[in-house]
Design a protein around this ligand. Structure first.
Ligand code: HEM
Length: 497
């Protein structure tokens, strides 16, 4: 009797699963949306841990010449948007419907869950409103002393590594530099990774950079199946990092309270927000404040470091571009004489802007922008997506579409010259995202990269190392969600004097 009961329950379950699966499987076909049939378990996510998510997005763009493509995150339907006009509506015009990201880092890890990258409303709006004024150009000017000193240390570090005959691991050296710049500014801790290649803060960021099977799985869940993050006990920040952030925050808070501070850095701004929030009921806890400093570090050091890595690498392979940039910097140096490069001078270097833009076109660290629909939304005459559908604006796909960027594999900063800018179609270039959730650290990153590049290009000629892979053959981290190199990338630094 029990056996019969078991068999009939199992049969019912199998029939239910089968019926459910047939419904899931035909979801996009029923709506006449282009798609590839899903895997019965992984849906469209069969690439995970085998192929970088940015590379997969590029493939999904070129395989379908359609404004959008239906995919499945396991069994959940989601939409990739390949079209600049629809992308603009999602990110900007109808951003009140797409205010939230789909990704999430669970409840086990407050520092991972309360920062403005992962959090949603109401916390996101109140935090973002308070943090936005901190990242204006006028506020960031106060970082001049720090950026100037650190870019000199970077030059000296490379000079001494060259003298010692060491091969320079670009991503590591640049991440030493960006960890210092963002770590000092966000946490107020003077770490010295740029000179030494190590510091307590750098141990933490090195940990972030380590990609293995479990880290890959954790990031995959954060981005594509946030409900599983808590089930598996994944966290965005390793526990060691969270403990360290808290310790550092408390000690700097205490120091600035007793000694006062005129630093006007991100840490000062966060402490001010903490004080103000104590009088309100907005749920801005101490964890929520530490979470913002943590995301500035996490969101900023590797993105900026990898952008500097790819820029350096491409410049070594393109001496004509490097020469043009060098002459622009030399001209500036002649104008300012013995003075250090200043913020305003660097911002006005037109060709440097083009070089940075072109690097971020070819290598956007975050190749796609995720959102979730808060209510049913009409994509076009043929398709309305229901509330709760995740959407991905395929930035990296548009960046390499020859329709928008002719010869997309070519490193050609000239396409961003002011006289050519009209040729770039609106909303096809999105390295920092767009709309209310645009990267808050965009200017910070831009200034950091400018100080570093000015110092490097003025002092060294960059050449490819013998047998180094061409830029198009550089391997991208297979297990990664972010578009970062997997192996060591190096060039020859030849001192100019
Ligand atoms: C080259 C460097 C960088 C690139 C390419 C980059 C790119 C991005 C992108 C694409 C987004 C998502 C935008 C969207 O969904 O529309 C983002 C968000 C964010 N970035 Fe950056 N980023 C960089 C550097 C930085 C730096 C230096 C910081 C902090 C100091 C930072 C902090 C953040 C934060 C906090 C968010 C979440 C914003 C929100 O949801 O409100 N990023 N970044």
């Amino acid at each position: 009797m029990i056996v019969i009961l078991l068999i009939s329950t199992l049969s019912c379950l199998l029939v239910w699963i089968y019926l459910r699966w047939t419904k899931v499987r035909s979801y996009w076909a029923d709506r006449r949306v282009p798609h590839e049939l899903p895997h019965p378990i992984w849906g469209s996510l069969t690439f995970l841990q085998k192929k970088n998510a940015g590379i997969w997005m590029k493939e999904m763009y070129s395989r379908f010449s359609s404004p959008y493509v239906g995919i499945w995150l396991f069994w959940r339907p989601a939409l990739i948007v390949n079209c600049p006009e629809i992308g603009k509506r999602i990110l900007v015009k109808d951003s009140d419907v797409f205010r939230d990201r789909f990704l999430g880092s669970g409840k086990n890890d407050p520092i991972g869950g309360l920062n403005i990258f992962t959090s949603n409303d109401p916390l996101w709006t109140s935090m973002r409103k308070r943090l936005t004024p901190v990242f204006t150009s006028s506020k960031l000017r106060s970082l001049h002393g720090l950026l100037s000193a650190k870019s000199k240390q970077l030059e000296q570090r490379i000079r001494s590594d060259v003298k010692a005959g060491d091969t320079i691991n670009l991503r590591m050296v640049y991440s030493d530099f960006t960890t210092d710049v963002i770590g000092i500014s966000s946490f107020g801790v003077d770490s010295n990774a740029t000179s030494k290649g190590e510091s307590h803060m750098r141990t933490v960021t090195k940990d972030f950079m380590t990609y293995n099977f479990w880290r890959g799985l954790a990031w995959s869940c954060i981005f594509f199946f946030p409900e599983l993050v808590d089930v598996f006990g994944f966290t965005m920040f390793p526990k060691k990092a969270t403990d360290y952030f808290k310790k550092v925050f408390h000690s700097i808070e205490e120091q600035r309270r007793t000694e006062g501070s005129d630093k006007r850095d991100l840490m000062d701004a966060l402490l001010k927000i903490k004080l103000e929030a104590e009088d309100t009921n907005e749920g801005i806890t101490e964890d929520a404040i530490i979470a913002q400093a943590a995301i500035f570090l996490q969101g900023g050091f590797d993105t900026s470091g990898s952008a500097l890595t790819f820029t350096t690498y491409e410049l070594a392979f393109h001496p004509e571009v490097q020469d043009k940039l060098y002459h622009e910097i030399v001209e500036l140096k002649q104008r300012i004489g013995n003075k250090d490069f200043h913020f305003d001078d660097l911002v006005n270097l037109t060709y440097m802007t083009c070089v940075i833009n072109e690097t971020l076109r070819k290598y956007p660290p975050m190749g796609f922008l995720d959102r979730i629909a808060a209510k049913d939304y009409k994509i076009d005459e043929n398709l309305t997506i229901p509330a709760g559908t995740p959407v991905y604006v395929n930035a990296i796909g548009m960046h390499v579409d020859p329709k928008y960027f002719p010869e997309p594999e070519k490193f050609n900063p000239d396409r961003f010259l002011p006289e050519n800018e009209e040729d770039i179609q609106p909303n096809t270039y999105l390295p920092f995202g767009e709309g209310p959730r645009v990267c808050i650290g965009m200017r910070f990153a831009n200034y950091t990269m400018r100080y570093a590049l000015a110092s490097i290009i003025l002092n060294f000629e960059l050449r490819p190392l013998p047998d180094a892979p061409k830029p198009k053959d550089v391997e991208i981290e297979k297990m990664g969600i972010f578009y970062m190199p997997s192996g060591v990338m190096s060039v020859e630094f030849v001192p100019r004097n």
